[in-house]
Design a protein around this ligand. Structure first.
Ligand SMILES: NC(=O)c1ccc[n+]([C@@H]2O[C@H](COP(=O)([O-])OP(=O)(O)OC[C@H]3O[C@@H](n4cnc5c(N)ncnc54)[C@H](OP(=O)(O)O)[C@@H]3O)[C@@H](O)[C@H]2O)c1
Length: 304
């Protein structure tokens, strides 16, 4: 009952075969090396005894001293050994290679079949969840609102930060978004020192194990973020560039702070506001002053 458990091999047959062949190859090379060393050890003394010291120098073959003949014959053997290891026996031969290839192809085909089967069984689940999200968005009765501050050239940020500091714009942002869900891209979320108080954060990321502080919600797509904000009648999409671009077609309200300056060194931009799609509802100008380096306008748009 408590007998020794039979050890299961950890590697499969093909891997074992590969390892054994690699070991055989190492042994072949080792033998060639030893052959070469023996040749070096014996060839020189042989030559010295025979030619240098005149040992049995009366024996010659076709006028060559006997040691030179032996060295030449040995050299020929050595060359043959070398060719055998590196040329004729280059790895394990064509048949062996073909066998390995066939095995690998058969293995891959089996894997593909298995994956196809898995995909078939998962497809209805994926389709169902996508259809659910689409349905939720279609019957959505929320006021999905984009809130953004953009320069005259649509600049919104640089180096994952804002380019300006406008006190009254921040105040307005706080006033409008407080108590609501705020939906943002992962990069915008990371530009905050910490989550903003009194708002439910939904962070969009493609990462599966993205870690966030307690209370922050993760969504793997904009659609999922909208579904997760459905308890809120007016969720705000607060950026950044990637998320604004994707949400222009699903938002029905736009709170734009137009900063009256062109920020040429920006690296993130808001999409063009198309007046055939967006109707201007209100527009309030704010001049520059000691707290505001640039003049700006609060403009509210609604989808036509
Ligand atoms: N002026 C403004 O009003 C304002 C407002 C907000 C932000 N900003 C500025 O905008 C800049 C950041 O914008 P950004 O465009 O670089 O980044 P972002 O839109 O904030 O975030 C981009 C990230 O969101 C995730 N993402 C995007 N689309 C996705 C999708 N369909 N599904 C799943 N995840 C998705 C990806 O995260 P993963 O890489 O983790 O997958 C992507 O890297 C900063 O400079 C910031 O200061 C300006």
């Amino acid at each position: 009952m408590f007998g020794k458990k039979k050890q299961k091999p950890q590697i499969d047959k093909e891997q074992l075969e590969l390892i054994q062949n690699a070991q055989r190859r190492v042994r072949q090379k080792k033998r060639l090396y030893i052959h070469f060393v023996l040749f070096l050890i014996f060839a020189l003394p042989l030559f010295t005894f025979n030619v240098g010291l005149g040992l049995a120098d009366e024996f010659t073959l076709a006028t060559f001293p006997w040691s030179v003949v032996i060295i030449f014959i040995w050299l020929a053997f050595l060359a043959w050994h070398f060719l055998n290891v590196f040329l004729f026996n280059a790895f394990m031969g064509k048949d062996w290679e073909q066998q390995q290839l066939n095995k690998l192809v058969a293995k891959q085909q089996a894997r593909i079949e298995k994956l196809k089967k898995e995909l078939k069984s998962e497809a209805p689940i994926i389709a169902e969840s996508e259809a659910y999200i689409e349905e939720q968005i279609l019957k959505n009765d929320q006021d999905i609102t984009i809130i953004v501050a953009a320069g005259e050239n649509n600049a919104i940020g640089k180096d994952n930060d804002l380019i300006w500091h406008l006190r009254d714009d921040l105040k307005r942002f706080k006033k409008l978004t407080s108590g609501h869900h705020i939906i943002m891209g992962r990069k915008t979320f990371e530009s905050f020192p910490k989550p903003l108080p009194n708002r439910t954060h939904i962070v969009i990321t493609r990462q599966k194990n993205y870690k966030v502080p307690e209370g922050v919600i993760i969504a793997n797509s904009l659609e999922e973020a909208i579904v997760k904000s459905k308890a809120d009648k007016q969720p705000f999409i607060i950026g950044g560039g990637e998320i604004y671009k994707q949400s222009m077609s699903i938002a029905n309200k736009l709170e734009l702070t137009r900063v009256h300056h062109s920020f040429e060194d920006a690296d993130t931009f808001f999409p063009e506001v198309d007046s055939s799609v967006w109707e201007e509802i209100s527009n309030t100008f704010h001049d520059k002053d000691e707290n505001h380096e640039f003049a700006f306008s609060f403009i509210t748009y609604e989808r036509r």
